[in-house]
Design a protein. Structure first.
Lengths: 225, 305
């Protein structure tokens, strides 16, 4: 289980972005989190991915409470959660070729030898040709780059996947392709999914269960739009 | 040389004057002065480096040769820059002096950049109290006039090249540390760093693989901009009699040694080393200036690079 209990988080203790949010994702389950822009969905996603320390509240990952975040979190805990961000341009290191981008988590965790085979396999899965793999991020389109970012999130076979507005920048056909890749991964491995977005239609079709931001946070949060 | 450069720089202008938009025309007008500056700076830097590298091994003349019969000769065909107060050829002394000054400048600038990059990247990558501590230390050191601090460091050693290098390097890493830290802080909050952390990258790996490569252009530019500054510092220390020993030819010691004869109306022992100091430093600074404008994203889009 990936559980968030009464999480309050933000970038300034006096004005938290997320107040008192609770959310549970079971293994193999796809949960959609729906909310308007600026409400704090991405911050909650970062907390769930152990990338941001909440001001209060607890995150329970596979039955064990999380006490350490970012670099301080043990490596196998961090890599148990894969993340895909909204903007592929910003979430890809501009200096790395797509091959290296996808293989980077393998190298960082000391599994360099497994990289070529795994990258080739994932490139096939997400639909990247060999030609695209040798290019750098500025030489490919947003959709192609987001495919690489999804491959990078899946390369370590995470038990949990968090898609933070993964398809917000993409056209319908790329959206469909990426969602299919995520769904195939989920059904074959039994991983849990938290899909964050503002597109009600997409999340309703994609996920087993869609929760609205207002029901996640116990008190009404301010909407910045 | 200037005429040729202007003519060459004019060509892209003519080719692109067909471009319709106003800002484009404005951009190309600026670009031609850029090209001119780039070419003049590059040519002068190349001449300087070649002279310094080739003259000592190729010209079999002793720069230390004293000829008291020919002391303080004005510029002539046998001594193009004249001679100094013990009859040494000034052209040769200037080239040897430039070699020493350039060496001190380059080594000191590189050392300072390495120190600054390490300190700045550490502070930026660690953040929190380590960052605050290191940056307050940097602030404290910057509040001390750096020439004074440099004199203090030089005074601890016997005169020589290395004390000068150490003195200049230890007083000039502060600005580089600030630049690198600011750059690292801005890169650190990008989503691709989040992605790397989520992919299991250690702090070290994030810094070395993702943060430092993004900072290197800025650090390299800071290093090149520091070379002329370091050369001036070497000259200043030597002029004050604290840097290199007087028999070692450096631009600072040459100017210092020429002070007496200047009052007697002999201008050449001061003028030529002065020009040798000013022209190469301006050339290096000019190159660095062009580079700075190229890596500046706003300028880059204007230049359509």
């Amino acid at each position: 289980m990936l559980e968030l209990h009464a999480v309050t988080a933000g970038y300034d203790r006096r004005a938290p972005v997320v107040r008192d949010a609770s959310l549970t994702v079971a293994p193999g389950e796809a949960v959609g989190l729906l909310g308007p822009s600026g409400c704090g969905k991405s911050t909650l996603a970062r907390v769930a991915a152990l990338l941001h320390r909440p001001d209060s509240g607890t995150v329970v990952l596979d039955g064990t409470p999380v006490h350490r975040y970012r670099h301080r979190a043990p490596r196998d805990r961090r890599t148990a959660v894969g993340v895909v961000f909204q903007q592929p341009r910003l979430s890809a290191d501009p200096r790395l070729r797509l091959t290296d981008l996808i293989a980077e988590p393998l190298r960082a965790t000391g599994r360099r030898a497994a990289a070529p085979a795994r990258v080739a396999e994932l490139a096939q899965t997400v639909g990247l040709t060999a030609d695209l793999l040798t290019r750098r991020p500025h030489e490919v389109s947003d959709g192609q780059l987001q495919r690489a970012c999804l491959a990078r999130a899946l390369v370590l076979r995470p038990r949990w996947l968090i898609c933070d507005e993964m398809t917000a920048m993409l056209d319908a056909s790329t959206t469909a392709a990426l969602v299919r890749v995520v769904e195939d991964y989920r059904t074959s491995t039994g991983a849990g999914l938290l899909a964050v977005g503002h597109d009600r239609t997409l999340l309703n079709r994609w996920c087993d269960r869609t929760v609205h931001w207002d029901t996640v946070t116990s008190t009404a949060t301010k909407v910045l739009t | 040389m200037t005429d040729i450069s202007v003519e060459k720089a004019g060509k892209p202008d003519a080719a692109e004057s067909a471009a319709p938009t106003a800002w484009r025309a404005h951009g190309t007008a600026r670009r031609s002065t850029h090209t001119l500056r780039l070419r003049v700076s590059a040519a002068l830097t190349a001449v300087t480096v070649l002279a310094v590298l080739l003259v000592p091994p190729l010209v079999q003349l002793d720069q230390q040769a004293v000829d008291l019969a020919a002391k303080l000769q004005p510029p002539s065909w046998s001594h193009p820059f004249g001679t100094d107060d013990v009859g040494r050829d000034l052209l040769l002394r200037c080239v040897y002096g430039l070699k020493v000054s350039l060496l001190v400048g380059v080594v000191a600038a590189l050392t300072a950049t390495v120190i600054g990059t390490v300190v700045g990247a550490t502070a930026g990558a660690l953040g929190g109290w380590a960052d605050r501590l290191v940056m307050r230390l940097v602030d404290t050191l910057s509040s001390v006039p750096h020439l004074l601090l440099g004199i203090f460091i030089v005074a601890m050693f016997r005169p020589g090249v290395w004390p000068v290098v150490i003195s200049v390097a230890l007083t000039h890493w502060l600005s580089t540390a600030r630049i690198v830290r600011a750059e690292v802080l801005s890169l650190r909050s990008r989503p691709y760093i989040d992605a790397a952390v989520s992919g299991g990258a250690s702090r070290w790996r994030v810094t070395v693989r993702h943060l430092l490569p993004g900072v290197l252009p800025q650090a390299g530019l800071a290093a090149v901009l520091m070379v002329p500054h370091a050369m001036w510092h070497e000259s200043a220390l030597s002029f004050l009699g604290l840097g290199l020993p007087t028999h070692t030819a450096s631009l600072g010691t040459l100017i210092q040694g020429a002070r007496g004869s200047l009052l007697a109306g002999q201008w050449w022992p001061t003028l030529f080393p002065g020009l040798f100091l000013i022209i190469p430093t301006l050339a290096v600074a000019g190159l660095a200036g062009v580079w700075r404008e190229r890596i500046n994203p706003r300028r880059r889009s204007e230049l359509m690079l």
